[in-house]
Design a protein around this ligand. Structure first.
Ligand SMILES: Cc1ncc(COP(=O)(O)O)c(C=O)c1O
Length: 393
């Protein structure tokens, strides 16, 4: 007998990239600065914690609604209409265990064995296994690097076949920090409508925007609501990554399928935590604005510092907590550069190729996870590393 199941063994290996490589060094007690993991440095706002504690004290400890607490879904329905321009009734919303769970449920509900799903590359690698575990095949369509990783309709069209089922995208984009424009989203929408495809839209960074950039949900475009599964989470904008809570809105016909998967998987999301989510979206949004203002200060530090390093070019990310500097002038694979940076400076950055071959030439630097002083220290170490490379040329 061979086990585990071949479906699991034959899917792509799971990798945590440079974080995995840093584990043995952490065990040796080295002073590592982590710029590879996308974990917000902020604490969860106090009003959200208090609402959750109150719910617990009030006895919200029993089984709840499988789709999510009704009061919460009502508030989410209002938020989706007001903020995202998405009309979704409470029966078209599923509260999920973070965006990860929403994406997993989506892939199982939407993808049949043999179906093809197109990811925009550089992509968020954690979507790959979900598609494969559902029996789907992943194809990638490169974003236009020369144009700052804009959506390229021709690159998507090249990957279409009669097996294409879905396009999966992340907006605002991880790892590039791009916030896609209406025109770019329209390109995806036109393709999806013309070829009768679904779109899975991961909007986990919807609140983290800079310089007046506006987040547009693709489901709000004409003809897209009925073919888009829009996914959100409290993870980044409200610094609630450990809480594990998100939600998604989808066409009504998906809900029974979602519930079939989700009920067998987690039954439902923890009921008292959902009261924290309710407070997050119905309470004051000042906490989000303050956290984003702080993220911007850290973004500016990274952009300014990296651009001052000879051979490095770092456009300002429009959103997210990631910079994606171009280090191709050094003529080395970025995986080598990321390894050298770890070995020589104890700073952990991710190689752009972790997000697919389309990320070659770039590093991904998370500026939202470490305190300002540590980030500044990391920039000095990187400065010394790149100065050494220039001197050795
Ligand atoms: C694009 C993207 N989607 C999903 C997630 C995971 O979200 P959650 O923690 O809510 O599952 C992340 C986390 O880094 C992410 O960057």
């Amino acid at each position: 007998m061979k086990w585990p199941a071949s479906r699991i063994l034959e899917s792509s290996p799971k990798s945590f990239g440079m974080y995995e490589k840093s584990i043995p060094l952490m065990e040796q007690g080295l002073d590592l600065i982590h710029l590879e993991v996308g974990r917000p440095k902020h604490d969860t706002p106090i009003n959200i914690k208090e609402a959750t504690k109150r719910a617990l004290d009030d006895g919200l400890v029993h089984y709840g609604d499988f789709a999510g607490n009704l009061n919460f879904r009502e508030a989410l329905s209002e938020k989706l209409a007001a903020v995202n321009g998405i009309r979704a009734s409470v029966d078209e919303i599923l509260v999920t265990n973070g965006l990860t769970h929403g994406a997993y449920v989506t892939c199982h509900a939407a993808v049949d064995p043999g179906d093809e799903v197109i990811l925009l590359e550089p992509y968020y690698p954690q979507h790959i296994n979900k598609i494969e575990l559902a029996g789907g095949k992943v194809l990638t369509a490169k974003l236009d690097r020369a144009a700052g990783f804009r959506i390229d309709g021709d690159a998507i069209r090249e990957k279409l076949s009669d097996k294409t089922r879905m396009i999966a995208m992340v907006n605002p984009a991880n790892p590039t920090g791009r916030v896609f424009s209406r025109e770019e989203l329209q390109t995806v929408a036109d393709i999806a409508i013309e070829h009768d495809l679904l779109v899975m839209s991961d909007e986990v960074y919807e609140q983290i925007l800079y310089d007046g950039n506006e987040h547009i949900s693709i489901a709000s475009l004409d003809g897209m609501r009925e073919r888009t599964i829009s996914q959100f989470a409290f993870t980044k904008g409200y610094a609630m990554d450990g809480w594990r809570m998100g939600y998604m809105a989808a066409p009504q016909e998906f809900m029974a399928a979602f519930l079939k998967i989700s009920m067998n998987d987690v039954a439902h999301v923890n009921v008292f935590i959902q009261e924290g989510g309710y407070e997050a979206i119905t309470g004051s949004q000042d906490c989000v604005r303050e956290m984003v203002a702080d993220d911007k200060r850290q973004r500016d530090l990274v952009v300014e510092s990296m651009n001052a390093m000879q051979g490095v070019s770092c456009p300002a990310p429009q959103g997210t907590i990631y910079a994606f500097p171009d280090v191709s002038s050094f003529g080395l694979p970025v995986a080598t550069i990321a390894d050298e940076i770890l070995e020589q400076t104890n700073v952990v950055v991710e190689a752009g190729t972790f997000y697919g071959a389309g990320g070659e030439g770039h590093l991904r630097i998370c500026f939202g996870a470490e305190p300002y002083e540590r980030l500044d220290e990391a920039m000095q170490r990187l400065h010394a590393y790149f100065a050494g490379k220039v001197a050795a040329k």
